[in-house]
Design a protein around this ligand. Structure first.
Ligand code: SAM
Length: 104
């Protein structure tokens, strides 16, 4: 056992529901404000999780911008891709799986 938290389907679902609570939604809004993204910018979201912030960042950078979310967990990526597919954005984020080469 590595001691690393496993972001499997069940854990991913729990994290996603936490990320939809008013406190976390407000915190993500602050992050988005602090980033002050502009149209056309490119963003790499390392550990993009359920993809909520990546989705909002994609809205900020517009159709000429690009957001790529990478995550160690396939379950998290599957969850974010599902969210992004339901989106009405012109250009949705891309999601990629990465090996755990970044510190967990
Ligand atoms: C709490 S979530 C982050 C949510 C996201 N940043 C947001 O604000 O919506 C943390 C994520 O980091 C990912 N993660 C942990 N270690 C990682 C690593 N070494 N490389 C890539 N992703 C990693 C996990 O799988 C998990 O989805």
């Amino acid at each position: 056992m590595s001691g690393r938290l496993q972001f499997d389907t069940e854990t991913s679902r729990i994290i996603e529901s936490l990320y939809l609570t008013p406190d976390v939604v407000a915190q993500q809004r602050q992050v988005l404000t602090a980033l002050a993204l502009r149209e056309g910018e490119r963003v790499l979201d390392i550990g993009s999780g359920p993809g909520l912030l990546a989705h909002d960042m994609a809205a900020s950078v517009g159709r000429d911008g690009r957001v790529c979310g990478i995550d160690i967990s396939e379950d998290m990526l599957a969850m974010s891709r599902k969210r992004w597919r339901r989106s009405t954005l012109d250009r949705i984020p891309e999601g990629r799986h990465n090996q755990p080469t970044l510190p967990g």
